[in-house]
Design a binder for this molecule. Structure first.
Ligand code: AMP
Ligand code: MN
Ligand code: MN
Ligand code: MN
Length: 294
C-alpha cells in the first residue's frame, strides 16, 4: 500500500478522460499532469472503453508514490434516461469485457452515423468521417467529436455553443443510443470485480426524490458508490448528495471529470472539498484503509 493515509480533495482523482474517448490528452499526459498537480491516487475513466488503461498504468508505474486505479465510465439507461456509471478497481483482463465493450462501440458508431445525418443541414461534408478521425483513429466516438468539427467548420465558435445549438439535451443531434440498462452496466462492473459508482448525480437534473429512487435501484443491482464532489456541484447539492449517501449506505467518491485544458472550470485533481463526516470513502474499499481523512 502506498501513501494513502490521509487523502484530501486534490490528492486523488477518480474520474477523468483521455484521447481513448473524448479527452484531449494521451493517457500518459493525463497521468504525468495529474502527478505534477499533486494527485497520488488516479483513476482514468474513459467513456465505454478500457483502451487507455495500459498506457496510463505503465506511465503511472514510473511514480512509486502514485497509485493507479483502472476505471471506466459506462453509458446506460434508467427509465429511459441516460446515466453514467463509473467502474473502479476491476480486473482489466476479465473475460466479459471484450464483448461488452464491442457492443458499446457498435452502438456508438451507429449513433454517430445518425447524428451526422441529423446535422446534414449544417452543410459540413463528411461529418461522420471527420468526427471519427478526431477520435485518434480508434478511440470511442461521442458527441464532443461532433462539437469539435462544428467549431473547426466555423458553424459555431465554441464546443459549448455546439452543445447548446446542436448536440445538447433535446437538440437535433442528441440522438439516443440504445445503451444497456443500468442493471446490466452495474452487473458488468461487479462481474469484473470492480466497484460501481453513480457518476455526477446532479447532472441528470432529477428532483431529490427521483435521485433517491435511482440510488435505490442502483443499490438493488449491486451499485455501491456515489460521486459527491465534481466540478460545478453547488454546496447545496453536495449536501444533498452526502445526505443521500448516508441514508442509502453508499460509499462516496469524487473526481474532476477532466477532459481538456480548455475547460477552465476544471483540472486534474480539482473539485470542491467536502466534509465526509463518518461516511465510508471508495478509497477505503479499494485500499482497505479505515482512517482516511479528506
Ligand atoms: P456522449 O457520450 O457521446 O453522449 O457525449 C457525452 C459527453 O459530451 C460528456 O461526457 C461530456 O464530455 C460532453 N458534454 C455533454 N454535455 C455537454 C455540454 N453541454 N457542453 C460541453 N460538453 C458536453
Ligand atoms: Mn465526456
Ligand atoms: Mn459523464
Ligand atoms: Mn466523465
Amino acid at each position: 500500500m502506498k501513501s494513502l493515509d490521509k487523502p484530501r480533495a486534490g490528492s486523488y482523482d477518480l474520474h477523468c478522460h483521455s484521447l481513448a474517448s473524448d479527452g484531449a490528452w494521451t493517457p500518459r499526459q493525463v497521468v504525468d499532469t495529474a502527478y505534477e498537480r499533486g494527485v497520488r491516487v488516479l483513476a482514468l475513466t474513459d467513456h465505454d472503453t478500457l483502451d487507455g488503461l495500459p498506457e496510463a498504468s505503465s506511465a503511472a508505474s514510473q511514480y512509486p508514490d502514485l497509485e493507479f486505479v483502472p476505471g471506466t465510465e459506462l453509458s446506460c439507461l434508467w427509465n429511459g434516461r441516460v446515466i453514467h456509471v463509473v467502474g473502479l478497481g476491476f480486473d482489466v483482463d476479465y473475460s466479459g469485457w471484450p464483448d461488452y465493450l464491442q457492443m458499446l462501440a457498435d452502438l456508438r458508431i451507429k449513433r454517430a452515423k445518425r447524428i451526422a445525418g441529423k446535422l446534414r443541414h449544417t452543410g459540413i461534408e463528411d461529418l461522420f468521417e471527420r468526427a471519427k478521425k478526431l477520435t485518434a483513429g480508434d478511440g470511442v466516438i461521442g458527441r464532443p467529436h461532433f462539437a469539435k468539427v462544428l467549431v473547426e467548420s466555423k458553424v459555431v465558435s465554441t464546443e459549448q455553443e455546439a452543445f447548446e445549438r446542436f448536440l445538447g439535451r433535446g437538440r437535433l443531434g442528441d440522438v439516443k443510443a440504445e445503451w444497456p440498462e443500468i442493471e446490466v452496466a452495474v452487473k458488468q462492473i461487479k462481474a469484473a470485480g470492480g466497484i460501481a459508482v453513480l457518476a455526477h448525480p446532479t447532472k441528470y437534473h432529477f428532483s431529490f426524490s427521483k435521485l433517491r429512487k435511482l440510488a435505490e435501484d442502483f443499490i438493488a443491482f449491486g451499485g455501491q458508490g456515489i460521486e459527491v464532489s465534481f466540478p460545478g456541484v453547488s454546496p447545496n447539492h453536495q449536501r444533498d448528495l452526502l445526505l443521500l449517501a448516508e441514508r442509502c449506505g453508499l460509499v462516496i467518491s469524487a473526481g474532476s471529470d477532466f477532459h481538456s485544458p480548455e475547460q477552465h472550470w476544471t483540472g486534474l485533481g480539482r473539485y470542491p472539498g467536502f466534509d465526509r463526516k463518518t461516511l465510508t470513502h471508495v478509497l477505503d474499499q479499494l485500499f482497505g484503509n479505515g482512517n482516511n481523512e479528506i
